[in-house]
Design a protein around this ligand. Structure first.
Ligand code: NAP
Ligand code: ZN
Ligand code: ZN
Length: 346
């Protein structure tokens, strides 16, 4: 199948229009016409080789919402016309304990990323969702509830699930105090989910201009982090803090805000490792953990939760020609709150 999209041909070069072929439909595959593709900060990290050597040409995009256009002979999960979503991975070994528990993102043999990755045949370069069409195995896609707008849904497939999963895992809900650091694509979804789950939610942001939006999205408190003194004035009573910041930063002031047994979950993936202040960690038996996206079962649970609570991402819909500018604006934290590409324009 021929696909038209945008690709990075060489590390850190601007994205350009790109035509390429996708694999033929296998019996378990569905083809979709992509409606919208979100721009995740991970796309930028990879396009610029900030996480190490990458594979080019690269069609980024792992926040894909679209409509099924054809199905393979063994497909039972979807039919033509269904609205489906694809996220950060398109395959996994299907046999290890993680895969068998619905935690494909932690596949012991490594998940197959939606792009910047070879498929499990070891030779087909996977290409992502900045394109007009996509092909995926039915087991690695999820159904989108009818009441949700597709543009706002696309970011749920990465930003949404990446925050939903740790909030559920660490039991965010009534009586719990949750902090979200960084009100970007991931952070604003964390805020919406934490508020919908009934937790008391504080946003930590280095952008004072985002306060009004944060409060509209359900924040109980908004703390401007450009002045570290503000942080030391706060009560040390957080159960859970989710760090979505994409840049290098000092974790210590946030660790200090955790109560006894509280957890700081690292979600953002900046280039350099963090320094851990051991005495602060020990002082209240605090934990630092990490969390990566979510499995297909949980993606479906998250989408159904969004359908029930009418939750979608706040998006700025842009044409493909705007992708390079969108990258620059994302890096300078100037997006409300996720860029989504209108894939009909490819
Ligand atoms: P994003 O939209 O760019 O949001 C990041 C936010 O971090 C910004 O909006 C900003 O929020 C804050 N920030 C950025 N630069 C900062 C700086 N220099 N100092 C302080 N705060 C800063 O990015 P995203 O798409 O949400 O992704 C965030 C990170 O998560 C990326 O590193 C991405 O690769 C990673 N990620 C991880 C997973 C996972 O599974 N763990 C999944 C997807 C993405 P304020 O303006 O509010 O301060
Ligand atoms: Zn992502
Ligand atoms: Zn596996």
């Amino acid at each position: 199948m021929q696909s038209k999209g945008y690709a990075v041909l060489e590390a850190s070069k601007p994205l350009v229009p790109f035509t390429f072929s996708r694999r033929d439909l296998r019996p378990g595959d569905v083809a979709l016409s992509v409606s919208y593709a979100g721009i995740c900060h991970s796309d930028i990290h990879q396009a610029r080789e900030e996480w190490g050597p990458a594979l080019f040409p690269m069609v980024p995009g792992h926040e894909i919402a679209g409509i099924v256009t054809s199905v393979g002979s063994n497909v039972t999960k979807f039919k033509i016309g269904d609205r489906i979503g694809v996220g950060v991975f398109i395959d996994s070994c299907r046999e290890c304990s993680s895969c068998k528990s619905g935690l494909e993102q932690y596949c012991l043999q490594g998940m197959t990323g939606t792009y910047n990755n070879y498929e499990r045949d070891g030779k087909t370069l996977a290409q992502g969702g900045y394109a007009d069409s996509f092909i995926v195995d039915q087991d690695y896609a999820a159904s989108i509830p009818d009441n949700l707008d597709l543009a706002g849904v696309a970011p749920l497939l990465c930003a949404g699930i990446t925050l939903f999963s740790p909030l559920k895992n660490w039991g965010a809900g009534p009586g719990k105090k949750v902090g979200v650091i960084g009100l970007g694509g991931l952070g604003h979804m964390g805020l919406k989910f934490s508020a919908a789950l009934g937790a008391h939610t504080t946003v930590f942001s280095h952008s004072p201009s985002k306060e009004q939006d944060a409060r509209k999205m359900g924040a109980n408190d908004f703390v401007v982090t450009s002045n570290p003194k503000e942080l030391s004035k706060l009560d040390r009573d957080f159960d859970l803090i989710l760090n979505t910041v994409s840049a290098d930063m000092d974790l210590t002031p946030y660790l200090q805000l955790l109560k006894l047994d509280g957890t700081l979950v690292l979600i953002g993936l900046p280039i350099n490792p963090y320094t851990i202040n051991t005495p602060v960690l020990l002082a209240q038996r605090r934990s630092i953990s990490g969390s990566m996206i979510g499995g297909i079962k949980e993606v479906q649970e998250m989408l159904d939760f969004c359908g029930k609570h009418n939750i979608v991402s706040e998006v700025e819909v842009v044409d493909p020609e705007y992708i390079n500018q969108a990258y620059e604006r994302t890096i300078s934290s100037d997006v409300k709150y996720r860029f989504v590409i209108d894939a009909k324009k490819f």
